[in-house]
Write a protein of this length. Structure first.
Length: 188
């Protein structure tokens, strides 16, 4: 496995190896010891799986506030998505900036979205399946979100002409500047 820091160095691209032959392939998509050797040591506690039927389904931008903030290792096992991680750690030199990475069944890449980041993705093909490991369990009491189209974030979402397909929750999400800092200095 190869681990590569992105434009925001705390966001990591994880590239598992695939070993293929005429039958198909085999891949170790998570191996703690191999990643520990590269400085990436996370204990996961929950796996999540989402399915999106249409192109343009946008899920996000989601996060959990401390004390149950989550780090996520995201991969797309069917179809293609544009995955987004937004730094919402107040006082960070990259506060409000984001990393965008295409994840697909073909490229086999995974994106590590650490605690202190909002996360979202949009489907680029129909019938997308996304799996992600998290290092803290889901907690509805600390679950929160930011508007996907917050102009201060400057995310160029590739959405269909009619706009994205959003949940009711995501349609009402506030802008980052309109919420109390979810990760003030000292919390990250």
């Amino acid at each position: 496995m190869k681990v590569t820091p992105q434009a925001i160095p705390d966001v990591l691209l994880v590239e598992p190896k695939r070993h293929g032959d005429a039958r198909g392939f085999f891949s170790e998509v998570w191996k703690r010891s191999a990643l520990q050797a590269q400085g990436f040591d996370v204990a996961f506690v929950q796996d999540n799986h989402s399915f999106s039927a249409e192109v343009g389904v946008l899920r996000g931008l989601h996060f959990q506030r401390p004390p149950t903030a989550q780090g996520k290792l995201v991969r797309c096992i069917r179809g293609r998505i544009l995955d987004i991680a937004v730094d919402i750690r107040q006082g960070s030199p990259t506060y409000g900036q984001h990393v965008a990475m295409e994840l697909s069944a073909e490229n086999w890449c995974q994106l590590w979205v650490p605690r202190g980041f909002a996360h979202g993705f949009v489907t680029l093909t129909p019938d997308c399946e996304v799996l992600y490991k998290v290092d803290a369990e889901y907690d509805p009491a600390t679950d929160a979100g930011i508007a996907w189209d917050d102009p201060d974030l400057g995310i160029a979402w590739p959405v269909p002409p009619g706009g994205p397909v959003l949940s009711a929750k995501d349609q009402k999400a506030p802008r980052l500047r309109d919420i109390p800092p979810p990760f003030p200095p000292g919390s990250w």
